[in-house]
Design a protein. Structure first.
Length: 279
């Protein structure tokens, strides 16, 4: 089987990988649950390539993400639920429906200012239609039930908080959130004294949730903020490595105090402050 620019070739490749006996043993063992983490991971790889402005890598990562869509569609087809063509049809229908100002007749266009409100109205209609198709449940749906569970934890925390804030369950001042962060830190300290690992994990989660709340109140995306912190850590650690290497020292032989001093040196340099020897 040869490569091709045609999506049908990718669908054929996946079908062959999933063919019993002659297919790939690993691919045949997979199901929606086992493949889902790879789907999330590939989406992150796409975001990373974009952040690095690496278009060659982005091309490859988009292919990996597309493979995930084909994979899930193939497994659904095996269960006679839907196939790849159905996935394409659904998203095409959704995009056309949500953009009447683009795809409607010339008399159906709307002003740019009304596009967002139209989009939200159509999304609400689609949500109601999906809810009508699902089996009825005597238990009333929670306000938070519309927040999708498959999102990364930081993103979902932000979405949960935003949804709760629509009914007034929110702080009005970011300083109040900061106070909550201090309270959560104190609870972690108490858990440290008790040595309860389960409680420590729970309290750490509470602290992270509160930090996401602070990010929301100051209009910062927590995922982007954490990516920035990761990049900063990498830069400063690399500075430690270079500084030690210039002295003929290794990381393993360096003391924590020596590495910490170099870390602070890197920090001062990034902020444009003079580096004072011995400080």
């Amino acid at each position: 089987m040869t490569p091709s620019r045609d999506i049908s070739r990718l669908i054929e490749i996946m079908a062959q990988l999933r063919t019993p006996v002659t297919g790939c043993p690993w691919d045949l063992e997979q199901n929606f649950e086992t493949i889902a983490p790879y789907t999330v991971e590939e989406a992150y790889e796409v975001a990373d390539a974009i952040a690095r402005h690496d278009l060659d890598d982005l091309k490859e990562e988009l292919g990996d993400l597309l493979l995930q869509v084909v994979y899930h569609a193939r497994m659904a087809e095996e269960q006679n639920a839907f196939d790849f063509g159905d996935v394409v049809e659904v998203i095409c229908r959704k995009m056309i429906r949500r953009h009447p100002h683009v795809f409607a007749d010339k008399d159906g266009n709307i002003a740019p200012a009304g596009v967002k409100s139209q989009w939200e109205r159509i999304k609400a209609e689609e949500k109601a239609e999906r809810a009508a198709r699902r089996p009825t449940d005597e238990t009333p749906a929670s306000l938070l039930s519309s927040v999708k569970a498959g999102q990364p934890a930081l993103t979902r925390a932000m979405a949960l908080q935003r949804k709760a804030s629509t009914v007034g369950f929110d702080w009005n001042d970011p300083r109040a959130v900061l106070q909550k962060i201090r309270e959560e830190a104190d609870e972690i300290e108490a858990a440290l004294d008790d040595g309860d690992k389960v409680e420590l994990a729970a309290e750490t989660g509470d602290l992270m949730f509160a930090l996401v709340n602070l990010a929301r109140h100051i209009d910062a995306d927590p995922e982007t903020a954490l990516r920035g912190a990761n990049a900063k850590f990498e830069r400063r650690f690399a500075y430690i490595e270079r500084a030690l290497a210039s002295k003929g020292h290794s990381l393993e032989a360096a003391s924590l105090a020596e590495m910490d001093a170099l870390w602070n040196e890197a920090k001062r340099k990034e902020k444009g402050r003079p580096v004072v020897p011995g400080k």
